[in-house]
Design a protein. Sequence first.
Length: 209
Amino acid sequence: MSLTVGYPNEGYQIRAKRLMSSRALKVRPTSRERAYGHPALVLMLHRSAEDVAKAAPGSVLFVGDIAAKKGGPISGHRSHQSGRDADLGFYVKNLDGKPVPTTELVAFDGDGKAKDGRPLLFDDERNWFLVESWVRDRRAGLSHIFVSWPLRARLLQYGEREPKFRPYVTAAAALLKQPENGEPHDDHFHVRISCPKDEMDICRNESKL
């Protein structure tokens, strides 16, 4: 049995599951030793990637850091210690609207344009597919989707425009948030799942202040 112990920013994990690349999901090469998480999170990421690939064939979810094999502090993060956090690169397209494979974390402004001036755009449709998949997923206990306020607004506006997406907007709005006193998360989604119900005596949902 895998265990997630302590807080997201002061914890560790036992018998974590390693996230492996697949047809619809690619783990960033530099994150391979940081691709360990609670099975509920790892399985959710595979389901999410498959959902987007089904809706938009050929799509590949780009996954950055989750946690070290045994959890604990890792460079570049205050959380990602107990196996319940994961960083996901945005789906990207070029100026002609053609999907571009994500090979790194690219920052976008509220207009959906790459902040570094490259000819890349935030792919509203596929990123919404991803968010909607998380909203519909009831198995993992997803509690947070961290993203910058401008990109949050962009995604919710996109969902409101399409009648088939509209039923999920309220739930998406509750999950999408920019963390207080943290980075704006304009180059990736940061998802976090809740503590499993049978581990509440050893796991803490919120970060330690």
